[in-house]
Design a protein around this ligand. Sequence first.
Ligand SMILES: [Ca+2]
Ligand SMILES: [Ca+2]
Length: 344
Amino acid sequence: MSNGIRPTAYPVTGYKTASSQRGIALITAVLITALISIIAVTMISEQQLDIRRTGNILDRAQALQFALGMETIALLALRKDAENNKTDHRMEDWGKPVQFPAPDGAEGDMISGRIEDLQGRFNLNNLVGKDGIIDTGQLQQFKRLLIELDLPPGLADRVADWIDSDSTPQGMDGAEDGEYTRLDPSYRAGNTLLVSPTELLLIMTGEEYQKLEKFIAVLPGRKKTKININTASREVLASLDYVTAADIDELLKQREQLEKQNNKGFDKISEVFDLPGFKTLKSKQGKFEKYLKDNCDVVSNFFLASAFAQFDKGEVRLRSLIQRTTSKKKTHKVYTVLRTQGDY
Ligand SMILES: [Ca+2]
Ligand SMILES: [Ca+2]
């Protein structure tokens, strides 16, 4: 019986071996196919990621070119303005925001831009004179501006100390290296002109900075700049010496009337003396006329152009500090002093 089983048993075993080998081969083939598929899918998705990344870079590069184009439009607008008139006010073409669709962009892609007069703000670099010493008149004016904005006036001493050349704290509230080197991480005072208003974040709190930033500028050069009474805010005008809140109300009322009825601002600083409050100041305060002429003007040389461009997935926010120098021979120069992406 057993002999009868054996012969049949061998071929069965032999058949089983061949079949399992084929099975292993099949599984191996399936595994290799699966592995190749996984590799292929990974490669494709990585490639797609690369394509998307490159696309984003290209979109951003395109958006930057649009923003730079917007800056050029600002330069041209300011040059044209200098050719046409000798004053700067809020009704002029350069002050009007512009916006148009991005050429060849996706639906809704926009390029927009606006120009602000930086001489409508208080120039922090005025706090220190050419000799590196604090200008007390400017320091007092900045203190008045801080009070207008419900900020501690002592901040003015700290900012002046940051810019002045010595290392002696100004008054009770000043701060020099001694205070900043005790911090962790420690740093030193700038002891030179400010380049960006954001440097104030090293001097004051973020909250204080946010309250102040719209009213201040940091303009290049040691030459004292004047405030343009045609573009300055109420707060900045109220920081001037001698004037009362009622005087500023009068000035703003007159300015608004000129803007609405005549589409212009004050043509000359002396026009302000015709206003009753200012006429009184002029007659009673001997130094007032000179003070106003030394500190204020109706024309500006420094502007901030802000551009925003969106092109598909690329977005660029560009801020350019523009300087304009005018001459009687009509060879006006308008150029970009500083360009930053993000905050001014
Ligand atoms: Ca003008
Ligand atoms: Ca100092």
